[in-house]
Design a protein around this ligand. Sequence first.
Ligand code: NDP
Ligand code: 2IT
Length: 450
Amino acid sequence: MSKYQHLIDSFMKELELKNSHEPEFIQAVEEVVEAVIPFIESNPKYKKAKILERIVEPERVIQFRVPWISDSGEPQVNRGFRVEFNSAIGPYKGGLRFHPSVNLSILKFLGFEQIFKNSLTTLPMGGGKGGSDFNPKGKSDNEVMKFCQSFMTELSRHIGPNTDVPAGDIGVGGREIGYMFGQYKRLRNEFTGVLTGKGINWGGSLIRPEATGYGVVYFAEKMLNTKEDNLKNKIVSISGSGNVAQYACEKCIQLGAKVVTMSDSKGYIHDSDGIDTEKLSWIMNLKNIERGRISEYIKKYPKASFHESKSPWDVKVDLALPCATQNELKKEDAKLLVKNKCIAVVEGANMPCSPEAISLFIENKTLFSPGKASNAGGVATSGLEMSQNSLRFNWTREEVDEKLHNIMLDIHQQCVKFGKQEDGYIDYVKGANIAGFVKVADAMIDQGIV
Ligand code: NDP
Ligand code: 2IT
């Protein structure tokens, strides 16, 4: 146990009292606090300025009613949110999630993690997150458009290219960003970079759709390089089959690895022959155009199997990339991965591994990267989209990809700087949290008590 445990415990006790109905938020703070309190104890200026106490309070939380009318003519109502968490190093920046599970706890955890992730990207972006408990599944395009327009009618009062720049997340992709951008432009009569993840013909950046998944795999490759290893011929399990999972799979294939699983909330498919480029493009069409279920894969590829209501972590692999959602990989799953000699677990989703699972990886010296480091390529490329919008200029695919690659290497370097242990093991959780914290904390000190 850390000699700082009593300080960590008393900080967490106070936080839990104030946020007792927010388990995900408490979980996200605890990870940061465990890494940062020992660092703060040897850097008292942060303690004196009460940075930790201030950084866990969002600068602003906006909650609003989102009324809309379904195709059958019935009035509907959802809850909309934007958590503007921290603007010390730039405008609030972070995605919007549309999923029935969305509540304030989930958005505060995501907004809080976004502060440190955005800091790690080296770009000037503060932290924010928003969304709604709206469920896009089973809705017509017209219903999704009606919802997005109503959601943006209120959100537009609070955001702007120099204030707060939302993007996508679970349930929010190109279609939803398009409808929201259209409504913002109509209300404000201005064409600005107020959202990222825009279409390529109207201000979007090349590589933004691919960026999170590609970034995860660039980061994974770098982690393996620290062990004089690489992705070639590695067996990989991926969870999820959405944006992050699809492009993580694509980059794994390009770098010579074999991806054997993908999943959705109903279960996972296992294809021991590997998901190749042709199979992946079938999955992309299924998920992005037909909006179908991953279980349909076994009808098309009968040699594969479908495992209902299960996660893929019982499959023996060299690398595991959880790319679906929070707390999808628990202690029991971690035990199986460790037993099966998995070399690295690289988070593509935000907080997919439970704290107990993470402890197990670190105890066993399994390479482990937290999402705030390994999935930062998405928001980093959003930052590049903002720069291109300001310049009124577009970089080529190769230029953006190279910048993304360099940013992921830089993040890796920052993790090594603060996370390398005496025995050479790199504690990426410690490294990412301290590196992300320092830049924001220094900016907060410079800007006074605001
Ligand atoms: P998508 O909506 O494109 O895909 C989400 C995938 O995760 C789907 O396969 C979905 O299955 C599955 N999923 C969602 N909720 C659950 C659940 N409760 N249990 C099991 N599976 C679930 O989202 P993204 O790919 O964009 O996001 C995935 C993760 O990556 C999230 O944690 C997000 O915060 C994170 N992330 C995303 C970034 C981005 O740029 N998009 C950037 C950085 C992180 P189903 O279809 O059945 O719901
Ligand atoms: O979690 C994330 O980093 C995202 N969903 C992307 C945010 C962004 O602003 O691109």
